[in-house]
Ligand binder design. Structure first.
Ligand SMILES: [Mg+2]
Length: 157
């Protein structure tokens, strides 16, 4: 249940050809650290919009299924030009509803994300094709954690 079907460096490696070879007709995408660095706003990473455009051209649906706040999900859906929802309640909720909305079978849908316990587990639970990608900003997250620890130390908590 915790093993992804495929493991890639970046979502942009999911080309229309790669997806179609595997019978995949839609991608359910995680937001944080999959499409954009954790908790960031601003502009999407280089190549992300182009990649989404190639999917659209090929008739492959892309949908955001995120555990982020509604306002953050709305911001990025607008920026990226895709639809989606959040907080989805992954791993237990979100994917089944999305697949039903797309009117596809789970085997025709790729669930893509950087986290095993939310994205991979959730995708496997509904029988989708799970793809684990490398987090976009692991360094940043570890750095943030370190900073928080140091802050706590300094503040005597
Ligand atoms: Mg993530």
């Amino acid at each position: 249940m915790l093993r992804p079907k495929a493991q890639l460096q970046s979502v942009t490696e999911l080309t229309p050809g790669w997806l179609m070879e595997r019978g995949l007709r839609a991608v359910l995408l995680d937001l944080d650290n999959t499409l954009v660095p954790y908790k960031t706003y601003g502009e999407p990473p280089v190549g992300m919009l182009e990649w989404l455009w190639t999917l659209k051209q090929a008739g492959i649906e892309a949908m955001l299924v995120s555990n982020a706040t509604p306002s953050r999900v709305r911001y990025w859906c607008d920026k990226l030009g895709i639809w989606g929802f959040g907080p989805a309640g992954k791993p237990w909720f979100g994917f089944r509803a999305a697949i039903q909305q797309l009117e596809l079978h789970p085997e025709e849908v790729a669930v893509v994300g950087d986290q095993i316990f939310t994205d991979v587990l959730g995708g496997n639970l509904v029988g989708a094709y799970t793809v684990l990608v490398s987090p976009l900003s692991p360094g940043e997250m570890m750095y943030t954690r370190l900073v928080r620890k140091l802050e706590a130390l300094v503040l005597g908590r």
